[in-house]
Structures are given as structure tokens and as C-alpha cells.
Design a protein around this ligand. Structure first.
Ligand code: HQG
Length: 183
């Protein structure tokens, strides 16, 4: 069996090339964020970025990843990240109606700026929100002492802001104005 560390290492590598920097291994994603798996394996193996990557390991990461970060096309030829991109891709997600409230986990040190400027996507394509507070806490912890912001998502939607639900259950929107944030 593959060790958890090995799978995590591959997951981080896939996040790098499928969300942020495909050029690290000379890979090109299609406009919808898909990479050809054979090409990815070939280019990964001839780079110094990762050792021992093959189709079975990629399949295992897709199947066992805690956040279901990646998805394979039905024919098994392509793979993409479900969310989290900093590069421009069109995931072709349909706008969805959000629940009354969604949550965003951040660190206390960002609060003043967020209350003043609103929630910005920063390096990513979207602001990431969750339907539950547990996820928000773990997201916020990555940057320091976590704090959860409650977002008036349905009100935003009613005022014309679009929301998308990624394949792995993350809510995405472009920007959240301060007036929609409850802390
Ligand atoms: C903050 C992970 C100051 C924002 C997670 C966040 C998620 C501001 C940070 C996904 C701000 C950006 C995304 C403002 C926003 N002033 N700070 N105006 N507006 N921020 O990592 O949402 O494990 O790009 O609060 O689980 O933390 O990688 O976004 O703290 O789903 O799959 O700027 O990444 O998923 O940080 O995380 P990020 P995020 P993975």
C-alpha cells in the first residue's frame, strides 16, 4: 500500500501543476483546466519536481484525497483540480443558489483589512466559502489564529452576485463586499 506521505506529496505536486504552475514541468492545461494524464506523467518523470509518479498513484490520490481536490474525466484520459486555481481556467460551473449563510475561515491578523476591503480572491480565481463552520476553521488555521466570517450569501445572490458550487462542495464567488460579512 502507498504511504500517506507519498500520496500527500503527489497531491501537493498535482495542486502545483493543475492549479498554479503547469509550466513548472512544461505542461499546458486546456481552457477548462484539464491536463492529459499520459502527458502529465511523461513530463513529470522527465522533470526534477517529483519521483515515481504513475497512473495508479494518480488514481489513488483522486480516489482517497481528503478534500476530493481532483477529478478524472469519464474516459480516464484527463485530470483537473476541482477548485483553488490561481491560473485562469473556466471550470464551466453552473451558477447555484447558495444557502442563507456561507462561511469563510481566515486568520485574525487579516480581519481589519477584510472588514475594510471585503473578501478578495487574492491569488486565486474565486473567494472560497464553505457551508459548514468546521471546514472554515481548518481553512483559517492555515494562516494563524482562525476566525470564522459568516457571509450573507443568499442576500448577495438576491442582489445579483453569482455563486458556484465546485464538484467537491466548495462554494465560489468573485468578491464579498464588507456589508455582506458578519464576524
Ligand atoms: C484572505 C485550500 C486581507 C483570506 C482551502 C485568506 C480552501 C484577505 C487569504 C482554498 C482579504 C487567501 C482557499 C483582504 C481575503 N485583506 N486578507 N481584503 N480578502 N483575504 O489560500 O480561502 O487545501 O488564497 O481570508 O481549504 O484561505 O489547497 O484562500 O486567508 O478551500 O485544497 O487572504 O485553499 O484548499 O488565502 O483557501 P487563500 P483560502 P486546499
Amino acid at each position: 500500500m502507498t504511504s500517506q506521505n507519498q500520496l500527500k506529496h503527489i497531491s501537493k505536486f498535482l495542486s502545483l501543476v493543475l492549479r498554479h504552475k503547469p509550466e513548472t514541468i512544461g505542461l499546458t492545461l486546456d481552457p477548462h483546466g484539464w491536463a492529459n494524464i499520459d502527458e502529465l506523467i511523461h513530463k513529470a518523470s522527465t522533470s526534477n519536481e517529483i519521483e515515481n509518479i504513475d497512473r495508479d498513484l494518480i488514481q489513488e490520490v483522486v480516489d482517497t484525497n481528503d478534500k476530493k481536490r481532483f477529478i478524472m474525466s469519464e474516459d480516464g484520459q484527463h485530470i483537473r483540480a476541482n477548485q483553488g486555481h490561481s491560473i485562469r481556467v473556466d471550470l464551466q460551473l453552473q451558477p447555484s443558489v447558495p444557502p442563507e449563510f456561507l462561511y469563510h475561515g481566515t486568520a485574525t491578523r487579516f480581519l481589519d483589512s477584510i472588514i475594510e476591503q471585503g473578501l478578495k480572491p487574492q491569488q486565486r480565481q474565486h473567494v472560497h466559502l464553505s457551508a459548514d463552520t468546521e471546514t472554515a476553521v481548518s481553512v483559517g488555521k492555515r494562516y494563524g489564529k482562525p476566525v470564522i466570517l459568516k457571509i450573507k450569501a443568499r442576500l448577495m445572490y438576491e442582489q445579483g452576485y453569482e455563486f458556484y458550487l465546485s464538484e467537491n462542495g466548495v462554494w465560489l464567488t468573485s468578491y464579498v463586499l464588507p456589508e455582506f460579512i458578519l464576524s
